[in-house]
Ligand binder design. Structure first.
Ligand code: FAD
Length: 269
């Protein structure tokens, strides 16, 4: 339960972090530490250098920007949960952040860390996928914007390059959005999570813990676009999914849960 030996660098800016990442191929960013520190202790992760961006307070914000909201990558879950701009214009993000882990996790963990970690069971990535969010990354070659739909590439893998820092998340303003999560205990990760949002006049649905990455429920979206009701659309929830079997539930149980929770989410919408 003690991490392997490593060096520690406290970044003073995003550019400083990018430079520090470039000095060693095995350097890794540290944000809130609530996914990385456990992995270090179990020695699943063994970086040679930790580049700590956790004190870059200028990456902690929620701002209104026309018809969208921009969120600094270092914004903590608890800050999202209490943010008045989000509560008014994209409440699904605030209310989902309030469901992440327990108060300790929410006061240290960040939205950027949650997204960059690429855990298919995490809550906010599914919501960002449903919202068609944009993720802004900065690296040695400058800044680029990555669509959430192409960001999650595999279990714990993302489109971020090794020397890129996720700096901002952009979401549209939406009036109607809901995230429903089934977990064995209140503070657990989702056995299955369902995000459903209405953007313009289109309903989009995404799933957590139903495959190697957060997934869009294409079958459900197609059924809704074709005029089906909540129950008929929800029956297609497991189309194109690869739910895992683990201690929290079998693949068949997850497929069943997805149908139940998608129906409930659509009815709530
Ligand atoms: P860190 O742990 O610091 O980093 C995670 C990974 O992201 C690392 O690989 C790091 O290099 C990378 N990274 C971090 N920031 C950036 C950045 N800006 N740019 C590029 N890469 C970056 N999550 C849920 O969704 N739902 C839950 O119910 C839940 N329950 C939890 C319960 C417990 C007990 C714990 C310990 C964690 C739980 N989590 C849960 C995970 C939690 O949300 C983490 O905070 C989050 O996944 C990671 O955020 P972090 O800021 O702590 O990132």
């Amino acid at each position: 339960m003690i991490p392997a030996q490593l060096e520690y660098h406290r970044a003073t800016s995003v550019d400083d972090a990018i430079e520090a990442l470039g000095r060693d191929d095995d350097a890794t960013l540290l944000a809130g530490g609530h996914s990385l520190i456990p992995a270090l202790k179990l020695r699943i992760a063994r970086p040679s250098v930790l580049v700590d961006v956790g004190r870059l307070d200028d990456l902690r914000y929620v701002r209104e920007d026309g018809d969208r909201i921009t969120i600094g990558a270092l914004t903590r879950h608890a800050q999202l949960a209490a943010d008045p701009v989000l509560e008014r214009d994209c409440a699904v993000v605030a209310r989902t952040a309030a469901l992440v882990g327990d108060p300790q996790v929410r006061h240290r963990g960040t939205i950027g860390g949650s997204v960059a970690h690429g855990d298919p069971a995490s809550d906010l990535p599914a919501v960002l996928l449903a919202l068609d969010a944009e993720l802004v990354a900065r690296g040695p070659d400058g800044e680029r914007t990555i669509a959430a739909t192409s960001f999650f590439t595999g279990p714990f893998e993302t489109a971020l390059a090794p020397r890129e820092v996720l700096t901002e998340i952009r979401v549209p303003k939406v009036e109607r959005g809901v995230y429903r999560k089934h977990s064995r205990r209140a503070q657990d990760w989702a056995t299955v999570g369902v995000a459903a949002v209405v953007v313009g006049d289109v309903t989009r649905v995404a799933l957590a813990s139903m495959g190697p990455t957060p997934l869009r429920a294409d079958g459900v979206e197609a059924a809704l676009a074709g005029g089906d009701g909540a129950a008929e659309a929800a029956a297609r929830s497991d189309e194109g999914t690869e739910p895992p079997s683990d201690v929290t539930g079998s693949a068949a149980y997850r497929a069943h849960l997805a149908q139940v929770y998608v129906r409930r989410a659509l009815e709530q919408l």
